[in-house]
Design a protein around this ligand. Structure first.
Ligand code: C2E
Ligand code: CA
Ligand code: CA
Ligand code: CA
Length: 278
């Protein structure tokens, strides 16, 4: 029997131990966080560039840890993926977002579509379609007002993914491809996947007003989306110059700090009230 040291330990250096211990502690805290109600959702408006109206919001999960304070989802979502917690957490996020959208409707706000991020682990969840269907039923939210954001990934084969997306679409929901252009997939899936929307990643938008290559890429993505009859959302708009470029280019929706940071459900309601009274 071979007793070789696993490859990953060969690179171990004492200074790494803090990182590893820290990571184990974080994972433990993450396990308690759901039961302790430490998660909540903020919502970032997506603005229709033609009408100026907020038609949709993206739900973004937040973790307020009692001692650590705010922990970024960029840190804890990957850990939740690795330890399997993403399944119950993802369900909680979806349920909370759907209930919230229904609540805005009951408050008399104009219809708001809610976009919810699905992580990779959820795409492999056996009962994903059934779960989404049940959550829609329980929350009584019309399926048209739910959009799921998925990211391009090389770990699921195209046939499986196409099948899954068709089953989700059959529920009446919308599908968006998030972080478009940064993933591993080929463009060919765009013709097979039943998707409604492309979200152009922030990294392309960031320098669009200074970098001709980014400008070319963003224009290309918008015109390709038009030809495929997909809606386009540009993410991470912080500057007016970026906005004017996207308006001229025919982008459908923008999402970014220029218009609004992610805000609480209460602030979303207030934003609508302000829009109506001014
Ligand atoms: P994402 O899905 O690409 O979400 C957009 C991120 O960009 C959000 O960061 C948002 O706050 C940020 N953002 C929006 N506008 C601007 C802008 O103008 N400038 C800059 N610099 N940033 C902007 P956040 O909330 O920290 O989330 C980071 C990532 O964590 C998300 O990227 C997503 O991958 C993941 N995540 C967040 N919430 C969820 C969730 O509920 N479920 C899952 N599975 N993943 C989530
Ligand atoms: Ca997203
Ligand atoms: Ca994104
Ligand atoms: Ca991202």
């Amino acid at each position: 029997e071979s007793r070789q040291i696993p490859q990953r330990f060969l690179f171990y250096k004492p200074y790494m131990s803090k990182g590893i211990a820290e990571r184990i502690l974080l994972e433990q805290d993450l396990h308690n966080a759901l039961a302790n109600n430490e998660f909540y959702l903020d919502y970032q408006p997506q603005v229709n560039l033609k009408s100026g109206a907020i038609e949709s919001v993206e739900a973004l999960v937040r973790w307020q840890h009692p001692n650590r304070g705010f922990v970024s989802p960029e840190i804890f979502i990957p850990i939740a993926e690795e330890c399997g917690l993403i399944i119950p957490l993802g369900k909680w996020i979806l349920e909370t977002a759907c209930q919230q959208a229904k609540q805005w409707e009951e408050q008399g706000l104009p219809p708001i579509k809610v976009a919810v991020n699905l992580s990779l682990g959820q795409l492999f969840q056996q009962d994903l379609v059934e779960m989404v269907g049940e959550i829609l039923q329980r929350s009584k939210l019309d399926a048209h007002y739910l959009q799921l954001e998925i990211t391009e990934s090389m770990t699921m084969n195209i046939d499986q993914m196409t099948q899954l997306l068709h089953e989700l679409k059959a529920l009446g929901i919308q599908i968006a491809v998030d972080d478009f252009g940064t993933g591993y997939s080929s463009l060919s899936y765009l013709k097979d996947f039943p998707i409604d929307c492309l979200k152009i990643d922030r990294t392309f938008v960031r320098n669009v007003q200074h970098n001709p290559n980014d400008e070319a890429l963003v224009s290309m993505i918008i015109s390709m989306a038009k030809h495929l009859r997909l809606k386009v959302v540009a993410e991470g708009i912080e500057e007016v110059e970026q906005l004017s470029f996207l308006m001229e280019g025919g982008c459908d929706y923008i999402q970014g700090y220029l218009f609004s940071r992610p805000i609480s459900p209460q602030q979303i309601s207030e934003t609508f009230h302000d829009l109506h009274h001014h």
